[in-house]
Design a protein around this ligand. Sequence first.
Ligand SMILES: [Zn+2]
Length: 424
Amino acid sequence: MIIRRLTWRGLLVGGALAASASASPMNAQAGDTTTIVVRAGTIIDGTGTTRRNTDVVVRGGRIVALRPARGRADIDLGNRVLVPGLIDTHVHLGWYITEKNRLHQRGDGDDESIAAINATGNAQRMLQAGFTTVQSVGGSEDKAVRDAIARGVISGPRVLTSLGSLNERSGTPDSIRMAVRKFKEQGADVIKIFASKSIRDGGVQSMTQEQIDAACGEAKAQGLRTIVHAHAASAGKASVRAGCSQVVHGVFADDEALLMMAKAGTYFEPQCELISRNYLDHKEWFRGIGSYNDEGFDAMEKALVLRRALVQRYRAVKGLKVVYGTDAVAGAHGQNARDLVCRVRENGESAVDVITSATSLSAESMGLGAEIGRVAAGYQADLVAFDGDPRTDAESFMRVAFVMKGGVVHRQPPSFTGPVRRYP
Ligand SMILES: [Zn+2]
């Protein structure tokens, strides 16, 4: 990779200053007029189109043009494969493993500052892994991290957050509607709803249709999207009936539930393996907390098998919009691309299709389809390049060499010896 001409310092400061003008997840870059030409041997643009030897012209944090490579490039990525910044629609930003190698729990001795530093670390790891936008579903602690990133105080992906969640204990339909409005007041980007138990607890439907109706109905009235944790088929169907935006997990989703989602345009977010593997390979981090016990871990083993079977069924449903969400919890941040590898290797999906799922389609699911998720003129300059070609070697998704977010470089190869290094 060759990088020349531009002054990195000016570029970085310009980006951070422009970002401070707005705490929105879009980091408006109004004052920044630096032009940067990024050249790549191969671009997979996020909509299924592949281009060869192309220059991406970036100005003011946005892509202003794509053109055949010519003349000098500021950043020459050589034969690396360039894609839009990746999007994970389902992470848990605030979950982390403590110094004692245990899942952080309230009352374990870690105060809020330690928790905030760990959440910051999680954010940075995800950005370094090529994820320029994540949706955290999510706790109140997400707000400070989201806003600090948007202001350019710390490095991290754009964060959208639910700031909390609703479940069967959230009360009557009226109190649920009030809680939705309260989340909106506090600045939530999305509403998270637990309509079923976890896999460890059997995954059965936990909220009534009336409760789900209230949550998704009020959110819609307030202009907010809804993400519903739903393992049981009945919970998924109830969510579609209630007009919820996105159904998550669906380990027990039957064909009828999948068809209902496709028909209603409900986004579906199944996981591949990162979430299960993270628990099963590190039982000691979790064992003894709640239902993290032998029975719970057995249920997760079984869920891995069910997830495999689910793939063939959801892929057969025409028009079903399958977005990318890993459910990255403590220990999994920074490995968010693991499910891209899994979806190619284990599910037999094409690398180009899973890139579309984790870019333009996931952007659309978050209402940001005109802003992020494509390498195209007018879009945010969120660009990620891999060492290797994921179309021939899926593991390339884990080898991120270059990350630009909103025109600001956050990662470059260690071999690069240019004048100024990465953000901050
Ligand atoms: Zn989750």
